[in-house]
Design a protein around this ligand. Structure first.
Ligand SMILES: C[S@@+](CC[C@H](N)C(=O)[O-])C[C@H]1O[C@@H](n2cnc3c(N)ncnc32)[C@H](O)[C@@H]1O
Length: 208
């Protein structure tokens, strides 16, 4: 099944399934981005708007882009706020947004579905204002080495989505090649008191 169709079928359970990756991403997003000031945000792969709700506490304008109609329908049901614009679009195609338009671009749990990081970093660089921030939070590649990937349950069994592994050095080298500076790199554990387990998530803050 294509990634888009998988998310269309996952959408009605996405917010309610047991999903430690989704929940830890929310925590990582809030803990990291609380430290930064931003008015305008572009949310890549906004899904059901899980992070949009928190971003709204700080931002005056949020553009949420996703190619899954069903994920977006849930986001639109939950968030009816004139500061938020949801758009259905494929992020692997040219982004129809003015250059140097936003202070912050966020990408949570989406890049594992995108093969070519370079295109995403190039577009992000263009759409950010000078000194703008690019926040990424992803399933840690260490987890991927052991077989973790986006998956959900259906009545016919577990549906696993198409994913790509991006090593840590790939994120940093593609970012640096595109003109970004690395400001923060963090690893997020299921149990903050037991860092001997594999970290579940990795997050980066890059600055233009
Ligand atoms: C795991 S969900 C994450 C949603 C949200 N960011 C969150 O943290 O809950 C991944 C989202 O990325 C979207 N996505 C994946 N590939 C995409 C692409 N090429 N263009 C646009 N959206 C994409 C999916 O439709 C899905 O909503």
């Amino acid at each position: 099944m294509s990634i888009e169709k998988s998310y269309n079928s996952w959408a009605n359970q996405y917010d309610t399934n047991k999903n430690r990756t989704r929940d830890l991403d929310k925590l990582a997003t809030i803990k990291t981005l609380s430290k930064y000031n931003f008015d305008s945000v572009l949310e890549l792969g906004c899904g059901t708007g899980k992070n949009t709700i928190w971003l709204l506490e700080k931002a005056q304008l949020i553009i949420g882009i996703d190619f899954s109609e069903e994920m977006l329908n849930i986001a639109k049901e939950k968030i009816k706020n004139p500061k938020v614009i949801f758009e259905k679009s494929d992020l692997t195609k040219s982004w129809k947004i003015e250059n140097e338009f936003v202070d912050l671009i966020t990408s949570s749990l989406i890049l594992e579905h995108i093969k070519e990081l370079d295109f995403i970093f190039k577009q992000t660089y263009k759409k950010l204002k000078p000194n703008g921030i690019f926040f990424i939070c992803e399933l840690h590649p260490y987890k991927q080495y052991y077989g973790s990937k986006a998956r959900y349950e259906t009545e016919n069994g577990t549906e696993e989505l198409e994913v790509y592994t991006h090593n840590i050095s790939e994120f940093t080298s593609v970012a640096l090649n595109n003109g970004f500076k690395l400001i923060e790199l963090n690893e997020w554990f299921d149990d903050e008191l037991n860092k001997n387990e594999l970290p579940r998530l990795i997050s980066f803050v890059f600055q233009k």
